[in-house]
Design a protein around this ligand. Structure first.
Ligand code: NAD
Length: 278
C-alpha cells in the first residue's frame, strides 16, 4: 500500500496530495474503479454531482471497510444548483447518494460569472462548513478576479482551487496568486486527459532516464511543484502505476525541461466562457 504525501489546507485539515478522479466513469463502473484505487492505496476520491457516479463511488467506500476518517472525499455543486438554498439542497442530495454523513471537501464546480451567483453559493458552503458537514470548502475553475471578489465580500478564503493544469497549461499566474493567499492548487486533467503530452519526446526522455512511464513523470512534476493531483483511470494496472510515484525525484534540469512545455493551451473550456448549465 502506498501512503501519499499530505498537504495541510488553510484551516488545518490534512489531505493526500495524490487522489483518484472519477470524471467520465459511469456509475456502474465507479464501484469497481474506486475499489481498485482504494486497494492500490489511494485514500482521496474526487467526484461531483454532475459526474452521476456518487452512488457507485459511495458503494466502493462502504465496501472497502476502511474507517471513514482515513478517507478524503470531495464532491462539487453543479452550475444549475448555484444559489444559497439550491446549493444546500444539492449538498444534501450528494451526501445521500454517497451514503456519507459529511464530505471532506465541497467545491463550487465552476464560477459561472454570467450567473453572478457564486458569492451566495459560497455563503452556502460557509454554512455547510460551520455546521461541520464539509470539513473544508473550496472552489474549482476560479480565476484571480473571482477569488478576489470572494476575499472582498466573504469571510472565508477557499481552502483549494481545482483547475485545469498539466505541462501544456501550467497556470503560473494563478499558482502565484494561490501561494500568496494560502489557497492550495489542485490539478484537474493532470495527465492532459491521456492525450498528446504522454507522447511528448521531452517527457519520454525524462521517463527513460528514470526508468519510469511518462504518466509517472508528469505526476511527479505536479507533486514537486506542490500541486494536489487527481489522475483518473479505470485500468487497474494504470491505477497502480499512477500512485507509484513517491520513490523517485525529478532533478532541476528535468523540472526546467518540463517548464518549457507550457503553451497555455486548454483542453477544457475557459471558465469565463463556460456555459454548460444542464
Ligand atoms: P487525466 O489527466 O487524469 O487523464 C485521464 C486519462 O489518461 C485516462 O482516461 C486514460 O486515458 C489516461 N491515463 C491515465 N493513466 C494513464 C497511464 N498511467 N498511462 C497512460 N494513460 C493513462 O484526466 P481527467 O479525468 O480529465 O482528470 C482527472 C480528474 O480531474 C477527473 O477524473 C475529475 O475528477 C477531475 N476533473 C475536474 C474538472 C473540474 O472542472 N473541476 C474537470 C475535469 C476533470
Amino acid at each position: 500500500m502506498s501512503d501519499a504525501p499530505t498537504i495541510t489546507l488553510n484551516n488545518g485539515v490534512v489531505m493526500p496530495q495524490l487522489g483518484f478522479g472519477v470524471w467520465q466513469v459511469p456509475d456502474d463502473e465507479a464501484t469497481a474503479a474506486v475499489g481498485h484505487a482504494l486497494e492500490a492505496g489511494y485514500r482521496s476520491i474526487d467526484t461531483a454531482a454532475v459526474y452521476e457516479n456518487e452512488v457507485g463511488t459511495g458503494r466502493a467506500l462502504a465496501a472497502s471497510g476502511l474507517p471513514r476518517e482515513e478517507l478524503f472525499v470531495t464532491t462539487k455543486v453543479w452550475n444549475s444548483e448555484q444559489g444559497y438554498d439550491s446549493t444546500l439542497r444539492a449538498f444534501d442530495a450528494s451526501l445521500e447518494r454517497l451514503g456519507l454523513e459529511y464530505v471532506d471537501l465541497y467545491l463550487i464546480h465552476w464560477p459561472m460569472p454570467m450567473f453572478d451567483t457564486y458569492v451566495e453559493t459560497w455563503r452556502a458552503l460557509e454554512k455547510l462548513y460551520a455546521d461541520g458537514r464539509a470539513r473544508a470548502i473550496g472552489v474549482s475553475n476560479f480565476k484571480p478576479a473571482q477569488l478576489r471578489r470572494l476575499a472582498e465580500e466573504t469571510a472565508t478564503v477557499p481552502a483549494l482551487n481545482q483547475v485545469e493544469l498539466h505541462p501544456t497549461l501550467q497556470q503560473g499566474e494563478l499558482r502565484a496568486y494561490h501561494r500568496e493567499h494560502s489557497v492550495v492548487t489542485e490539478a484537474w486533467s493532470p495527465l492532459g486527459q491521456g492525450k498528446d503530452i504522454l507522447a511528448d519526446p521531452v517527457i519520454g526522455a525524462i521517463a527513460e532516464r528514470h526508468g519510469r512511464t511518462p504518466a509517472q513523470v508528469i505526476l511527479r512534476w505536479h507533486l514537486q511543484l506542490g500541486n494536489v493531483v487527481i489522475p483518473k483511470s479505470v485500468t487497474p494496472s494504470r491505477i497502480r502505476e499512477n500512485i507509484n510515484v513517491f520513490d523517485f525525484a525529478l532533478d532541476e534540469a528535468d523540472m526546467a525541461s518540463i517548464a518549457g512545455l507550457d503553451t497555455g493551451t486548454r483542453l477544457g473550456p475557459d471558465p469565463d466562457e463556460m456555459d454548460w448549465r444542464g
